[in-house]
Design a protein around this ligand. Structure first.
Ligand code: HPA
Length: 267
């Protein structure tokens, strides 16, 4: 279905934009927009008013942008992003860039910080590959958060005079937020930030041979570090406020894509 609209051009990279962080989708050049509702296997994310796949150009990259992600906590479906991620791989992409909101468990990551995820902790027992009836489900997650892509992103942030932090992301699928004790446990385990997204699609990306760059915008301090209650509106507002900076960084990052002969599939 997608090929009938875009022809046979190979896609270089995919970009998943979560709630409050979708404005970059409007900057795709020569865009072909395909609503998720026309794509079998694409669930409709509740938080996104205009969920669609946008194929076009961003910087020098031929890109597939997913405006809106399907979260585990919407339908208790840990595989909610499987069809989109596999579709991306079948379109020829070498890498997935995914961004999401997160809560910080370090005081030096105030709201508005941008964090490059270096690794994750998933002790939920949830894995999108569970039950897959093939040995392909035994995926090695060593090196999931690709060092080379992280270096390229750090270069782009430096060129714009900004700084992104590095951090380990712990997956708390929500939808309820963590308790202070959850956050103290996460801290003790070595996490720097917590969030409800990223991890399922990062695992799926590795399953389908894609390199991963995962970025988080900090919308709040996590439970043990703050005293005021947290609302979804606050989170969405902060995410939208930091999306301007993140967009500039990503555009810079994608400008250099064509120079990258080293970005190849891993499998
Ligand atoms: N916890 C989990 N997910 C989040 C948070 C949080 O504090 N903030 C944004 N996403």
């Amino acid at each position: 279905m997608i090929r009938s609209q875009i022809g046979d051009a190979q896609i270089d990279v995919g970009l998943i934009l979560g709630g409050g962080l979708t404005s970059l989708a409007d900057q795709v050049g020569q865009a072909i927009n395909i609503p998720y509702s026309e794509l079998p296997g694409f669930n409709l994310p509740m938080a996104e008013p205009k969920p669609e796949l946008i194929i076009g150009l961003l910087g020098s990259a031929r890109i597939a942008v997913f405006r809106g992600r399907m979260n585990y906590n919407e339908r208790s479906d840990i595989n909610a992003m499987r069809v989109p991620v596999e579709t991306l791989a079948r379109l020829g992409a070498k890498a997935l860039v995914t961004i999401g909101a997160a809560g910080a468990i370090r005081q030096d990551l105030p709201a508005g910080s941008i964090v490059t995820i270096t690794d994750h902790i998933n002790m939920t027992g949830l894995d999108p590959l569970a039950g897959e009836p093939s040995i392909e489900r035994f995926v090695d997650l060593l090196g999931t958060y690709d060092r080379h892509l992280r270096e390229r992103f750090a270069l782009a942030t430096g060129q714009l005079g900004r700084k992104a932090h590095d951090g380990v992301y712990m997956f708390f699928p929500g939808p309820s937020f963590e308790t202070p004790a959850d956050i103290r446990a996460a801290q003790a385990l070595g996490a720097d930030l917590v969030g409800m997204t990223i991890v399922p699609e990062a695992i799926l990306a590795r399953r389908f041979g894609l390199r991963v760059l995962a970025l988080a915008t900090i919308t709040n301090l996590a439970a043990a570090l703050r005293h005021e209650p947290l609302t979804l509106e606050d989170r969405m507002r902060t995410a939208a406020a930091s999306s301007h900076t993140l967009n500039r960084l990503l555009i810079k990052f994608f400008e250099a894509w064509v120079l990258e002969s080293r970005i190849t599939r891993l499998t």
